[in-house]
Design a binder for this molecule. Sequence first.
Ligand code: PLP
Length: 397
Amino acid sequence: MTTANVHPLYDTYNRAALRFERGEGVWLITEDGERYLDFAAGIAVNALGHSHPHLVKTLQDQAAKLWHLSNVYEVPGQERLGQRLVDNTFADKVFFTNSGAEALECAIKTARRYHFVNGQPERYRVVTFEGAFHGRTLATIAATGQAKYLEGFGPKVDGFDQVPFGDEAALRAAITPETAAVLLEPVQGEGGLRSFSTEFLRLIRQICDENGLLLILDEVQTGVGRTGKFYAHEWAGVTPDLMATAKGIGGGFPMGACLATAEAAKGMVAGVHGTTYGGNPLAMAVGEAVLDVMLADGFFDHVNEMASQFRQGMASIIDRYPDVFTEVRGKGLMIGLKCAVPNGDVITGLRAEKMLSVGAGDNVVRLLPPLTVTADDMREALNRIEKVAAKLSKAPA
Ligand SMILES: *Cc1c(COP(=O)(O)O)cnc(C)c1O
């Protein structure tokens, strides 16, 4: 048996041939010393940019003390960070995980247990929306509901019913005596930066209340300041019963959490759920450090200022190159550029200009800069986007 030409890693990623060695704020630096403007931020993970001094110091200090504790013991860092999340959100209770998909799994299990302890174990189904992305575990690909993620992985996990985006009649029709919850992303990330309107979010909350359903928000990408509020649902003034958060919450350290009201979490009693690593002291220390920075006065104002600066600059690029870009989508610094050319050409073009972006569905390019991005960084990003637009445009400039 020969394995000489087999790459040691799974072939599940189409990786760009870029090898980064270190990062400084909004910049990533390759092994060859080339500097890239990072408007991908590890897909909305490096919320405070790379090598943020407060995060680095916190991680180093904690690393010298204690890395891991089992959840059979009390973990003071979990209590502190959990309390801060409770103090700053709708939630009463928090369960810490290592990833977004695990936070969603916890939310789905919590919703099912809620109806179980209410004496309605038949209520286990969750309604989701087309264009969703909720993760890569067996349950979350079923919730995501897209063939490209489900194919070849055996029977789809039962209990997920999908309706078209923003379709009230379909949502109402999908609700049966077996329905437990409605699950959605306030702004769809992978799906192409489609936002649920404030009116529709309020309507969903009302439909959930009328039918005794729990509202689960997937704020894995929209959360932790990304849209210019701590969590995106605050824009609509709608609160969920359960929420999954991850990505930015660890500023680059793997962590996630499921947040719940006390009522929604009442079925999650001792022994029904658990995790080995979730809530470990390293993650908790870094999570607290992220909140130290983000919950300081003026942080979200800065995010919103940078977002409006970008939108103004981008509007003028769209005016001049309507055959390349047609629309800016998303909210805050969760930005989608709807393209009139293949989005892959824009991503490749930006990479040639040493700027990183991410693809999304519906022919959209996603820009997810660190929330600490400055006005100068924004100008630089707009310059690079304009250069790419000029190259891809058929019209004479
Ligand atoms: C990234 C993402 C997930 C999955 O998070 P993982 O940490 O990759 O498991 C789930 N939902 C949304 C909206 C996401 O953006």
